[in-house]
Design a protein around this ligand. Structure first.
Ligand code: ADP
Length: 707
């Protein structure tokens, strides 16, 4: 029964929930429990269902305990509180009313003082160079508040003072200053007044530095004021419980025995702890120790996006660089390959190629140029190409450098082709060349020289000459065959004068033997003999001329003379075929340079073809006309026309091809040879397709043939 009674009387109940209050313990657990235990009991009594307990915490235990959630409320000094607030979201629910000389104060500050006999120390700036004592470095009222003011006045206590000591106990600091051990000291407010009222010191022996007056604050003060200790709830504590605790604390009478035990005078609504935050921020103390310090991780955190972007850009640039390097390498090898190919091409072509700079010096010389000229590239490069290759004309006269087409090329910036020139070999012999000279430009379009591509034309010239000879030979064969065909007619033609000569000669013999005739008659007969002999001689002369090997040189002739010479040869055929010949020769023809026998051969071919075709017409309807005339100042035209049956359609398109004939005995060479001859003279032989009354062939010869 007494046990049951005891349980009923006890405020403890096993069902009560324990609420742990962590309290910063300065002076040992026993003292702390003695001071704050009554406050816990007060709360347990007022708030039903909860049992409040005190857990003394050493300075370094506070953070881990709060972090681990081992307490529900904390009672710590304002400095620790602001740290907890920032780190663990601890929040104050009431601020302590401190009790000093029986007067409650919820704010406090620091006082900086010196002995009266230090009149030279008045302001904070005057502290420079003096010895100084504070309580301890982490003491809010006993150092940090004073330090804040000193820094604000430009004094760094760790740098600008003669010495800085920490006495550990407020009273010791005061006594050290009083005894002159140090020049200046700082303690929290009310210490001086407490010691004075205890009779330990006489406050008039001290001189307050940087004194400040605050309304309703009666103690000597040198710093700003800060709120007293807060009672706070940790993050996990229920708001409803915190509210009940706050209400209970605020309702505690200032003379409650719990307050008296704790040496305080009750609680007030939580004050603003911003001034403490600001102080810590300015002194760069935890939780603001890293304020202003910008660590690598801060940088990474803050500039994450930029860093990431930068990294991407960097990666991109690395990639681009690698890519450009690869491209460069590829370009380099492509360039080398191209150069090799270029060299290979330049060296493998059959034409000689060399380059010339603006001063006429050779810049390169390919293999073919070496082979053709006998000079090696090594010997020629850097030397004047004109003096080496081009110094003399074919006729032996000097070829002046100013006239050199290669030089003119880079002077007037125009490419040129020279079809006929000579170059000189190393052994002093020359060879015919055709070459092109083209300006070379640099990448800015500026002319830097010429490139010459040349070809030895010795073989080509010989081939051309051979072709010409062949053509001449062919023409001659053509003439011989024509004459073969004409032989009987010509023989017959010769027969007439020979018969006449013979008859006349016998007549004159008879005249001379009879002695009857006069000398005049004899002379007349002799003259006839001579005339007939001339006629025969003319035919034979023309024949000889026509079959002889023609000299290569051309001569200036009157084309009408050529027509007349041909007429002498075809006269017998004309007569036998009863063809009427019409000649219409332009008297004002200029003389032109031709190979006369070849042109005669053409006229003869055309005339004979006409006569042959006229055989198909009735006698009396056979007409051949040959006409010459000048066309403007450019050419002479010769027209051979007949009124025969005209060109047969089956041969019309291929008339000028060799071996095209419509005749059983024909060779089909006449027109082909004629076409070649006229072409070689720079003219043209054509058939008039619109002429319907027979056949009409025309050829023209230029007055001045372009070379
Ligand atoms: P060929 O006289 O030996 O046949 P040509 O080359 O002189 O060789 O003539 C080729 C052909 O052109 C003749 O076979 C003939 O058919 C035709 N031809 C040439 N001249 C005339 C012309 N005046 N009238 C009609 N046909 C002609």
């Amino acid at each position: 029964m007494p046990v049951v009674l005891l349980l009923l009387l006890s405020p403890l109940s096993y069902a009560d929930e324990e609420v742990r209050i962590g309290v910063l313990s300065h002076r040992g657990d026993v003292v702390t429990r003695a001071m704050w235990g009554p406050t816990a009991d007060y709360l347990s009594a007022i708030i039903p269902g909860h049992h409040f307990t005190i857990h003394p915490l050493k300075f370094d235990e506070v953070n881990p305990v709060v972090d681990a959630g081992k307490v529900d409320f904390v009672l710590v000094n304002p400095g620790i509180y602001v740290n907890l607030e920032v780190k663990y979201r601890v929040s104050r629910i009431a601020t302590l009313y401190n009790r000093r000389n029986n007067v409650p104060y919820k704010i406090f500050g620091g006082v900086i003082f010196t002995r009266k006999d230090h009149p030279e120390i008045n302001t904070l700036e005057d502290l420079r160079g003096h010895s100084f004592m504070a309580v301890y470095s982490t003491s809010l009222g006993g150092f940090q508040m004073a330090m804040r003011e000193m820094l604000a006045s430009g004094i760094d206590p760790y740098r600008d003072l003669k010495s800085l000591e920490f006495g550990g106990i407020h009273d010791l600091v005061v006594m050290s200053v009083l005894h002159g051990d140090v020049d200046v000291g700082t303690v929290r407010t009310d210490i001086l007044e407490r010691m004075a009222s205890a009779g330990t010191i006489d406050i008039d022996d001290f001189h307050i530095i940087n004194p400040r007056q605050e309304p309703e604050f009666p103690f000597a003060l040198s710093t700003r004021l800060y709120p007293e200790w807060p009672f706070s709830k940790v993050a996990h504590t229920a708001d409803s419980l915190a509210q009940e605790v706050a209400v209970a604390l605020l309702q505690m009478p200032h003379d409650h025995h719990a307050a008296l035990a704790g040496k305080y005078a009750g609680w007030t609504i939580p004050l603003d702890y911003q001034p403490v935050h600001e102080l810590f921020r300015e002194l760069k103390l935890p939780p603001y120790q890293d304020l202003g310090k910008f660590t690598l991780s801060d940088a990474i955190e803050r500039y994450r996006i930029w860093l990431f972007g930068g990294l991407l850009v960097l990666l991109f640039m690395v990639f681009m660089t690698l890519w450009v390097m690869r491209l460069n390498k590829a370009l380099h090898s492509a360039k080398t390959r191209l150069e090799q190919q270029h060299e290979l091409i330049v060296d493998s072509v059959a034409d000689g190629i060399y380059g010339v700079d603006l001063r006429g010096r050779s810049t390169f010389f390919n293999k073919a140029a070496e082979r053709i000229t006998g000079w090696s590239a090594r010997e020629v490069i850097g030397l004047n190409q004109h003096e080496i290759l081009h110094h003399t004309h074919a006729d032996g006269s000097p070829h002046w450098a100013e006239e050199c087409p290669v030089y003119q090329t880079f002077r007037d910036n125009k490419a040129r082709y020279i079809s006929d020139d000579v170059f000189w070999r190393k052994d002093g012999t020359s060879f015919p060349v055709e070459y092109s000279s083209t300006p070379i430009w640099d990448e800015n379009g500026k002319t830097v020289g010429s490139v010459v591509v040349f070809r030895d034309t010795t073989r080509r010239k010989k081939a051309e000459e051979d072709a010409r000879q062949h053509q001449i030979e062919l023409a001659r064969v053509g003439r011989l065959s024509t004459l073969g065909e004409m032989a009987s007619g010509i023989a017959h033609e010769l027969n007439q004068p020979l018969t006449a000569i013979s008859t006349n000669a016998q007549a004159s013999i008879r005249l001379l033997e009879s002695n009857s005739s006069s000398l005049d008659v004899c002379v007349d007969v002799m003259e006839r003999i001579a005339a007939q002999a001339d006629r025969a001689g003319e035919i034979i002369r023309q024949l000889r001329r026509f079959v002889r090997k023609e000299p290569l040189e051309r001569s200036e002739v009157d084309v009408n003379d050529l027509v007349n010479a041909v007429v002498v040869l075809i006269r017998p055929e004309i007569r036998r075929a009863s063809v009427v010949l019409e000649l219409d020769l332009d008297r004002d023809l200029p003389r032109i340079s031709v190979q006369p026998i070849q042109i005669e051969q053409v006229i003869l071919n055309l005339a004979r073809n006409a006569i042959e075709s006229l055989l198909e017409n009735q006698k009396g309807e056979r007409k051949l006309s040959i006409r010459t005339h000048r066309v403007g100042s450019e050419r002479i035209e010769v027209l051979v026309r007949d009124n025969g049956p005209g060109i047969r359609p089956d041969v019309a398109d291929t008339l000028f091809d060799p071996f095209v004939t419509s005749k059983s005995q024909g060779m089909g060479l006449g027109l082909s040879i004629s076409h070649g001859i006229i072409g070689a003279h720079g003219g043209k032989l054509v058939v008039n397709p619109s002429y319907r009354e027979g056949a009409e062939f025309t050829f023209y010869l230029p007055l001045a043939e372009a070379s």
